[in-house]
Design a protein around this ligand. Sequence first.
Ligand code: GAL
Length: 718
Amino acid sequence: MKFIGLKRLTAILALLCCIPGINAKIEWQQVEPGVWKGIVGTPEDYSLLGVAGCTPLKEGFSRLPQAELPSIAPEVVAEVVNGKTHLRFPLDRNEQLYGFGLNFQTVHQRGKILNLHVDHYGGKDNGRTHAPVPFYISSNGYGVLINSARYLSVYAGSGARKDSPNAPVAKDRNTDKTWQSRPYSDAVSVLVPAEGAEIYLFAGPTPMDVVRRYNLLCGGGNLPPRWGLGFTQRTKTRYTADEVIAEADAFEQNGYPLDFIGLEPGWQSKAYPCTFEWDSTRYPNPQDFINSMKDRKVRINLWTNPYVSPDSKIYNEMYPVSGTHTVWCGIVPDFGTEKARELFKNKFDTEHLNIGVSGYKIDEIDGYDHYLWPDVATFPSGLDSEQMRQTYGLWVQRLTNDLFKKRNQRTFGLVRGSNAGGSSFPYVIYNDYYSHQDFITALINSGFSGVLWTPEVRSSKTPEEWLRRFQSVVFSPMAMINAWSSGTKPWSFPEVADQVKEYSLLRMQMMPYWYTEFARYHYDGIPPFRAMNLEPGFNIDKAVVKEVKEKNLDDNPYLEAVTKEIKDQYMAGEYLLVAPMFAGQTTRSVVLPQGDWYDFYTGEFVGNGEKIEVTPGLDKIPVFVKDGAIIPMMEPRLHAPAAGEKVNLEIRHYGKADGIYRLYDDDGETFNYENGDYSWREIKVERQKNGKLKGTISKPEKGKPNSFNEITWKFMTI
Ligand code: GAL
């Protein structure tokens, strides 16, 4: 890859327009349906989408509505000042903003000042996070991506220009009660510390359409293997092969599902920094170990960080293609060089994938600052430390993904850092933070940024907390206990062991639904877990406004935004609204979008476009279902069905309305779906003349995968 390449003619022309002090308008060029690119100054060749290696999923755009260039386009202005690029995007008074990466405490971003910087989340939504994706979505139905691998300063509706037609009016604080410390701002301003920027504008018309276009531009969302959606346990860090095997056996004996086990640092001969080599005392025969696990239908995932120990066999060769600074005294591969990429890939391929390792957890690529290389580090490729920091997570995902893809084998793993362009990577983000509430807000925000997030369960102070956390993780992209330190098992709290089992089995029963929803992520760019704000009919004003005290919203719309955001309930796939309970809570409120909603467990009507109070008891996480919903489920099992294996389907229908759902199917393990080896079967529920509901499903397509045997119907609402 070449980073300092030919500068494009358009870029030079654009630069000429950007004489310091003059705001230049941007020429917008349509690159995909409903996606436009604009160049300001001379953008750097090294970019987020470039590192991610995105190839747009062109076919997916055909299912989106026709779209015009967003109306803000002519008002987007830019200038290059003293070697830095200033960008300005207009805002309406009542506009709300979502996105800007994996935030943990807020969904509404208007009014924020963020420094987008890859880091371990530090307890504040200030831009330093695992995936500080420079992409935002407006409630007005357009989106903006700044494709820069720099630390970006974002003023998301903060800062007022003196020449703005919407400039706030000065008030006298001494006498005027409406004086505000943060006067109204009519723009998102972004500082890019480079002499240019590449910007993408996404059309709607709805915020969901914007997100879809973004994910499709990045290659479509990730489609995990079926087993990736089963249950996973990460074992205690220094477990031996025998202990891991015993753990898998205990899951089986106790009747808890398990599809893959993650080994933590102790599988390696040395860790922090890493050798990437098996520890011969704990794992004397890795191949035999992996085979024994395979016999038990359990795959193996390996933890690692990318920092190379002086004791690793690749250390000497990696040394010249690593950065100037070390991390825990390990060298930092410069993934900007072909040689470092090849050394890394080759090691993993020959020593892990070759013996049947199914995936990775790639740790410590995000931060903290004290751990990682400082910004004064330099790299042989000539990339800046800052560029390396912003893209290291993308690199490790891309490199490992390539290895599995070459083998025509899907993987699903964990990573602690990512960025724009990562939508199609088979990775879920996690971290060391442990607020259950904030984990749910992160899950909500992940859907705005083309990343997946798991509210992993580690340990708990009480059985109640254990069960509450467990219920949430079952309704997330990766159902996981991370027992690397605690050694907990699903049955660690006997008081709630049965409920935990029931929920892990429910996760398995719902696999046909989860799998289809991930297929929609892939083919249509629809995030499987997402904010209520992306839900049609979610009229937050109608549902909540009664409770909000009148404020001077004209002057300060972001105050309103903070009051009204919904950050503790989310959509899981097309039909389900999940409202997690947190330890200590016995009752909570849930805001239902317009339309009739039903209880997931009983099928009973619960409300329509209103706020309801629920008291579910400890045994249940509140889950609600849209009218006409069709949820395909299978029998409870301990392992995901293997390629070619057939399961029986139970198709549930909720509510009174007719319904249509397209059930996705492929072999669940390979990339053959990329060559057309998949099918969608249409499920319909229609009311008959006699008033009864009847379900039908289209025949399996000839010559296409068919994973389903007998089909039964369950009409949940009588
Ligand atoms: C942390 C990681 C944990 C666990 C641990 C092992 O950085 O977030 O999940 O893997 O390392 O040392």
